[in-house]
Design a protein around this ligand. Structure first.
Ligand code: GCU
Length: 594
């Protein structure tokens, strides 16, 4: 094959790949010239998923005359709210795990010299996207953003955007087919129509130089490899109106000395910034801080910090629904602040941007995690690629959120040759994508023998901070008196107890004396009292995260008296009532603050 032909073939493969699967989407659509497409979208419920096959729902057929018969047509009367999981919107969809088809029609007045993108905050689990009858592509992964360009397809009136959202659990998915949370499906986050100029800023990172608290460093990168383009960087409070120029890769670096007020949980200072090129501008708010480890300490701005955390699922229990809005974020982060936290572990998947941004405003550091959760098909070669893409998507999206301090690559995966190899590669990938933050994972295989808890998992060597999930008093008995449990680590690294706790039904009065009387509040409170006694004895412990902020829904939890489809380990009930363990945790965090 001639060189020219080979080049053409390779180029077409690349373009096909990009067209078929969205490359990672542009950063910060909320700060751009964008229109939100939320609202009531027409829907067709497709339990047998025939719409992508012979029913061809994407063709959007309509009956024209009296004799036509079209069985699967979108009708104005049948709608669901976007964003929002479909399970909580119709009783018949409660345990539904297949396809719902969505359709949104809208007009667009295209500007001159403009590009248009449809950007999805998340669709769980697979999305097939069609625009004006053309297939734009597919995205797999229920918790990370993606987008497709529609510049050349858009028309002034009645643009038709159709999505197949399929929430089936898949064996070689991320997560796999079994997980302890509710499988909320659908278009679960905001959808934007984003307008940019022909040449625009696709990506940027602005942060404190990890080695110089008086220097702001970072970069801006264009969507195309154009040299000589001027990008304006404005940070008014720091008297910065800098012009930086792109190189042949469309990349421009930023490095500026300034006297900066650092972000801390107590004083979460954020600076409004604006990046612009030829009138196309992006606004954001940036906090400046450093995060490092030193031996078994975690250092925030050079000082040791103890993480007073809590685990949070992306769910509002009273609504029995996926959290998706600013108001929902305010509920969850408000509870965390009320508990006395300076840290939240957002489990087990990337949460929506409202939560991360509100946590940043409220002074809550964040552990973000991709759902490499328990039973993952590590032997399947596509699994690592899917996990890597999710890492790329979430790190690109949140790398300007200074409160994100930990990227977690896994939760409770069992050691094996394939698992070790995959996690080691993911840990290295995190460091390549973002060398300024810490990489972690949650392990539940701490070997315990004769009262000793020993950290020995070989993958722990490749993370900066070791997360340990342990349920002494619930899933396992206490190996000895809590104060006498000996924790041993061959790694000179910080450890976070990333999960601990037990279940109780709020206000459950049953006898707390006997283990069989689990699900009593006293029994759960007793676990917490013992855990806190043990924590005081662990020299390399740098943070704790009770499992879990609030009772949450899970098809795993069907014990018919106390659970009924809920995991009852919440410090709060499914109505937001505070259990006894809440007050124990809050009091402990209070005394830690002083
Ligand atoms: C595990 C897991 C959680 C789960 C919890 C539990 O450690 O990480 O996702 O909900 O324990 O069993 O309640």
């Amino acid at each position: 094959m001639s060189k020219k032909l080979l080049g053409l073939v390779l180029l077409s493969i690349l373009l096909l790949h990009q067209a078929g699967n969205a490359q990672t989407s542009m950063i910060n659509v909320y700060g751009r010239n964008s229109t939100i497409l939320n609202g009531q979208w027409e829907t067709i419920i497709d339990p047998f998923d025939v719409g992508i096959g012979w029913r061809a729902i994407y063709k959007d057929a309509k009956a024209t005359g009296k004799t036509d018969f079209v069985e699967y047509s979108f009708e104005p009367a049948n709608t669901l709210r976007v964003p929002g999981d479909f399970n909580s919107q119709l009783p018949e969809l409660t345990y539904f795990e297949s396809s719902v088809w969505y359709k949104k029609t809208f007009d667009v007045v295209p500007g001159k010299n403009e590009r248009l993108f449809i950007h999805f905050g998340a669709v769980n689990y697979v999305a097939d996207v069609y625009f004006n009858g053309k297939k734009l592509g597919r995205h797999e992964g229920g918790f990370t953003p993606f987008e497709f360009e529609v510049t050349d397809l858009v028309k002034e009136k009645d643009n038709s955007l159709i999505i197949r959202a399929n929430s089936s659990r898949v064996k070689n998915g991320i997560p796999g087919s079994l997980f302890d949370w509710f499988n909320y499906g659908g278009i679960t986050r905001d959808v934007h129509l984003v307008r940019t100029h022909r040449v625009f800023i696709d990506d940027y990172k602005i942060q404190l130089d990890p080695n110089d608290k008086g220097r702001i460093t970072g970069y801006a990168r264009l969507n195309s490899e154009l040299a000589g383009k001027q990008i304006a960087v404005d940070i008014p409070e720091l008297k910065i109106r800098e012009k930086i120029t792109t190189d042949s890769k469309g990349y421009a670096a930023i490095s500026l000395k300034r006297n900066i007020k650092l972000w801390t949980p107590e004083q979460p200072k954020l600076y409004p910034i604006k990046l612009s090129i030829e009138g196309d501008s992006i606004s954001d708010r940036i906090g400046f801080r450093t995060i490092k480890v030193n031996g078994s300490k975690i250092l925030l701005n050079g000082k040791p910090v103890f993480l007073r955390g809590v685990n949070i699922h992306e769910e509002i229990p009273q609504k029995k629904a996926r959290a998706y809005s600013e108001a929902d974020a305010a509920v969850l982060m408000g509870w965390a602040k009320e508990l006395g936290c300076n840290f939240v572990r957002l489990v087990h998947y990337p949460h929506n941007e409202y939560e991360i941004k509100l946590a940043e405003e409220k002074g809550l550091m964040v552990w973000e995690e991709i759902p490499v959760y328990q039973g993952i098909e590590f032997a399947d070669p596509t699994v690592k690629d899917k996990a890597e893409l999710m890492l790329k998507e979430v790190i690109k999206r949140d790398k300007n959120r200074c409160n994100v301090i930990l990227w977690s690559i896994a939760n409770e995966t069992g050691p094996s040759k394939e698992r070790d190899k995959t996690l080691i590669e993911l840990a290295k990938e995190v460091k390549l994508l973002d060398p300024t933050r810490l990489v972690t994972a949650a392990f539940n295989n701490v070997s315990h023998h004769d009262g000793k808890m020993e950290l020995k998992d070989s993958v722990m060597k490749y993370v900066d901070v070791i997360g340990v999930n342990e349920y002494m008093g619930w899933y396992t008995d206490w190996p000895s008196d809590p104060e006498k449990v000996e924790w041993l680590s061959q790694f000179n690294k910080p450890m976070i107890i990333s999960e601990f706790g037990g279940e109780a039904v709020y206000n459950n009065k049953i006898d707390s004396a006997v283990k069989a009387s689990a699900w009593s509040e006293e029994y759960m409170a007793n676990i917490y009292i013992k855990q806190l006694k043990m924590f005081k004895t662990i020299p390399f412990l740098q943070g704790v995260c009770p499992w879990v902020l609030a009772d949450f829904r899970s098809p795993y939890r069907m014990q018919s008296t106390y659970q009924k489809g809920w995991n009852r380990k919440g410090l709060l009930s499914d109505q937001g009532d505070k259990k006894k363990a809440w007050y124990i945790m809050k009091a402990w965090y209070e005394q830690l603050k002083n």
